[in-house]
Design a protein around this ligand. Structure first.
Ligand SMILES: NC(=O)C1=CN([C@@H]2O[C@H](COP(=O)(O)OP(=O)(O)OC[C@H]3O[C@@H](n4cnc5c(N)ncnc54)[C@H](O)[C@@H]3O)[C@@H](O)[C@H]2O)C=CC1
Ligand SMILES: O=C(CO)COP(=O)(O)O
Length: 323
């Protein structure tokens, strides 16, 4: 049976390349006709994953019906579009959700959105420290595959694993999703520290205190601590907070250098999920009575609500407290 991938951005294309690396056929649904033409014609995706030669066994399509014969569908659209693409997908096929975010308006995690959009489809989540370019090049990578149905999780892990791509199994779907969603917001904060020249001590403080925020929020939503401390939580937090290869970190770096959020966010083709997740996460945390001061600070910067110096001063002036 063929694997299907929904979404041909950087990550969807890299996952299609990973699945095709043993020669199997992969159907890749793409939104943009020029992406479909480039993948089928010259086996490249210059728009989203430049300079990576793609396997000829990847077949791009703009018709969801071409995924009808697939036994597994990896969903890799931006989080805010997941509901609409999943609603168009074939029903009853296991969905492996690879998007990282929380839906605006509903405050739902991706598994909750997918369940509403395709109630008969079994759901798993694939999330961890995985820059798309590195996976597409076959560099060693480990990732969490979370599925409440353990037998299905094992089947999916076997289907997705490759010699240098190791899924680790979990049944904590909510925990895996919260790690991926929250780390994007914290990566913006670390980018700000880089752009403003605050130093590496500040970055380490943001990662540690950010992880405390992720843990508080995750536990309030029923996540397990070991998931938050694993690949999909701490692992992805460390990766994304450490490199300008991250779109979220780069967005933060621009803010730290003094650019306005409105300018940085206008006209971008690639997605910086943290910018969409931040206000939804802040509101969900406030509603749950969970303190997330770093997330609050990122929200202030994203709306140009306060000057950078003032936001940093407010974080540093918080009352001293036990760790
Ligand atoms: N790039 C990476 O290294 C990784 C990305 N992810 C996650 O994967 C998800 C997708 O990100 P990327 O592949 O990086 O995207 P991207 O930023 O490379 O490309 C943007 C994507 O958005 C799609 N898009 C734009 N408008 C749309 C619409 N109206 N309906 C449906 N799709 C639309 C485009 O077709 C394209 O696939 C995100 O949630 C991201 O957090 C997860 C792990 C790694
Ligand atoms: O999720 C990612 C790596 O695991 C990619 O991060 P960015 O979306 O910030 O580029």
């Amino acid at each position: 049976m063929k694997a299907g991938v929904i979404g041909a951005g950087a990550w969807g294309t890299a996952l299609a390349q990973l699945l095709a690396s043993d020669g199997q056929d992969v159907a890749l649904w793409a939104l943009e006709p020029d992406v479909i033409d480039a993948i089928n014609g010259v086996h490249e995706n210059p728009l989203y994953l430049a300079n990576i030669p793609l396997s000829p066994s990847i077949r791009a399509t703009g018709a969801m019906a071409d995924l009808n014969a697939c036994d597994m569908l990896l969903v890799v659209s931006p989080a805010q579009h997941l509901r609409s693409v999943v609603a168009q997908a074939p029903a009853g096929v296991p969905l492996v959700l690879c998007s990282k975010g929380i839906e605006a308006g509903s405050s739902l995690l991706m598994s909750e959105v997918a369940q509403q959009a395709q109630p008969t489809s079994p759901i798993a989540v694939l999330s961890g420290p995985t820059f798309a370019h590195e996976v597409a090049k076959g560099l060693p990578t480990a990732i969490t595959l979370a599925c409440e149905d353990k037998a299905l999780g094992q089947r999916l892990a076997a289907r997705i694993a490759r010699p240098s791509f190791r899924p680790y199994l979990s049944d904590d779907v909510i925990g895996a999703e919260i790690g991926g969603a929250v780390k994007n917001v914290l990566a913006i904060a670390c980018g700000v520290a880089e752009g403003a020249g605050l130093g590496l001590n500040a970055r380490a403080a943001l990662i540690s205190r950010g992880f405390a925020e992720m843990t508080r929020f995750g536990l309030a939503r029923g996540a397990r601590p070991e998931t938050l401390g694993g690949l999909s939580g701490l692992g992805d937090l460390v990766l994304t907070c450490s490199s300008t290869n991250s779109r979220n970190f780069s967005l933060g770096k621009g803010l730290g250098e003094g650019a306005s959020a409105a300018d940085l966010l206008s006209n971008r083709r690639t997605v910086a999920e943290g910018a969409h997740t931040a206000p939804v996460l802040r509101d969900a945390a406030r509603a749950a009575g969970v303190e997330m001061p770093v997330v609050e600070a990122v929200c202030a910067l994203l709306t140009d609500a306060a000057p950078l110096g003032q936001v940093i001063d407010a974080l540093l002036a918080r009352p001293l407290r036990p760790e």
